[in-house]
Design a protein around this ligand. Sequence first.
Ligand SMILES: [Zn+2]
Length: 412
Amino acid sequence: MLLFIGGLLFGATMVYLHMWGSTVVRAWEMPTGPGQMQSSVSTYSMAEVWTQWHPEGGFSGAALVALLYGILPAGILAIETWLLLPTVHGGGPVSRSIRQAFSATTSCVGVVFFLTALIGSVIVTVLNYLDANDSARLQGYEFGLVILVLGGLCLQVAWVSRAARAVALPQEAVEFPPRCEKCGYDLTAQPEDARCPECGEFVAASLSPERRPGVGWQRSMNFATGVRTVIQIVLDQEKFYRALKMHVPREYGERFARPQAAVIAVLSAGWLAAMLLHDRYVSFPEFPAIPIISGFLITLCCWGIHRLVGAAVMSWWIVQGVLPSSDWGRAIICYESAYLWVLAIYNGFLISTYMMYGEWITDLTTSIGLPRYMIFSMEWEVAVLLGGSILLIVNWLIRYRHAAAAVRWSNY
Ligand SMILES: [Zn+2]
C-alpha cells in the first residue's frame, strides 16, 4: 500500500519535472535568407503546459509520463530484490528471504525520491536556463548532468548494499557431521585410522584441521593479503578454495568483496585519463568529465555483473540444494568478486588498443577477406569486446561450479 502511494508520488514528481521543463521552450527556425539560425524563446505557465498536454482534456502526456516512471521503478525494485537475495538469504524459506531483500530495496525509496527531486530540479533549472539564455556559454554542461545522475545511481547502489547487509538473516542452524573431504561420505561412525568406505580417502586426513589451514586473508585482513588473495583466486582457484576455512563469520568474505568494484573503477578512470592526456585531448571541455563518467559507469557495471551472476548462481544452489549452508554460497560469491579484475583487464586492454591503433581488428579481418561487419551490422571491435566478455562470464559460471565442489564437504 505504502509502496503504491510511493509509486504515485514518484510518478507525480516526474510529471511535475517534465512540465516544469516545458515551461521554457526555445524554438529554432531556419533562416529565410543568408544569416544565422534564428531562435525564439517562449515561456509558458504551468497551467498552459497542462492544457497543451491535454488537447482534448483526455488521457495523454502527463498520464504517459506517470505510467512510464511508475513501471520503471517497479521493475528496478524487482530486479534489485533478486540481486540482493544472496546477501540476505540465511538458509530458511526463500519467500522470507525475498521479503527481507525487498525491504532492503525499498528502504532507500525515500532517498531515491529525494535524489530524483533534487537532481531533477537541478537538471530542469539548467535546461530552462539554457533555453532562455544563450546556450553557448555553458558548453559541456550535459556532462555535469550525466555525472550527477550516475553519481546518484552509485550512491543508491551503495545504500541498498548496506541496507541488505544490515537486514541479512542469520544462518539457520545446520548439522555438520564429519564428512569425507573428497566425496562427502558421513564419517560419524568411522574410527580415526580407517579409510572412507566410499572413496578410500584416509579418515584422519579428512578430519585433520591442517586439511583446511585457511588463506592469508583469513589470518590478517590488510591490503597486501587482499592483493595476494585476488591473484590467487584468479590464477589458482582450486588451491584457494581447498584451503579456505568455511566455518567463519561472514565478515571475511564481505570485507574482501566490498572495495573491489570501487578500486577497479578508480584505476580504470585513472588509466583512461592518462590515455587521454597522452593523446592530447586535454583541451576539450569533455576531458575531465569522461574519466569521471567512465568511473561511475564501471562501478555500476562491476556491481551489476557481480550481483547478477551471483544471484543466478545462488538461485541455482538454493533450488538444487548444492551447499549445506547459504553462508558458504555467500562466501564464494564474495571471493569470486576477484574475477571482476579479469573482465576489467580484458575490456580495458582492448579499449586501450582501439584508442592507440584505431580499428585494427577490422583492418585485420578485412585484410584476410572477411566481411566488414559481423551479425547485426556490428563492428568487429564491438563484437570481439562483447563476445570475449560473454565467454569470460560463461567461464565464471564454470568457476562457481568448481568452487562449490571444492568447499562442499568442508569440515572446517
Ligand atoms: Zn570419501
